[in-house]
Design a protein around this ligand. Structure first.
Ligand code: FE2
Ligand code: FE2
Length: 160
């Protein structure tokens, strides 16, 4: 049977999954500006994956004799898209660290199924981490190009 500690960590994982599923979905709703069309649907699709993680972990807690929490960890939507991506990058980093701990503890307790489930979830979180990081870099690089292009146009005008 799962230890109290493992059940507590699983419920903490559910709280995080509920948090990010709402956080990312609301970012999809609230993102504005030139990157909204590109980034918005990614927030939405990852939000749905996170809710599926919450469901899978809740099923596991129920099977192990615990009661799955309904309370999300604190949600931080952010205002502009860079801030949103930075918040999400951090959330994924924290999830990755925590899920590695869950895998180690589940293995120690001989709970192969929980360890296996979190390996698969961990793979998704690393993908999300990579996706948010890439978006932040790409959009950031493009934004950095804009003043340079403006300066080049100003120089061209000055020469006329
Ligand atoms: Fe997740
Ligand atoms: Fe994630």
């Amino acid at each position: 049977m799962a230890s109290k500690k493992l059940l507590e960590m699983l419920n903490e994982a559910i709280a995080r999954e509920l948090q990010v599923s709402i956080q990312y979905m609301w970012q999809h709703v609230r993102i504005a500006g030139p990157h909204a069309a590109a980034i918005g649907p990614i927030f939405r699709s990852i939000a749905i994956t996170e809710m599926k993680h919450a469901e899978a972990i809740a099923e596991r807690v129920d099977y192990l004799g615990g009661v799955p929490t309904t309370k999300p960890a604190p949600i931080t939507v952010g205002e502009e898209w860079q801030e949103m991506l930075r918040l999400d990058l951090k959330a994924e980093e924290e999830a990755i660290a925590m899920y590695k701990e869950i895998i180690a503890l589940a293995e120690k307790e001989g709970d192969i199924t929980t360890a296996h489930m979190f390996r698969s979830i961990l793979e998704d979180e690393e993908e999300h981490h990579n996706e948010f990081g890439t978006l932040l870099q790409e959009a950031g690089a493009e934004a950095a190009e804009r003043p340079k292009r403006r300066a080049a146009r100003a120089r061209a005008r000055a020469r006329r």
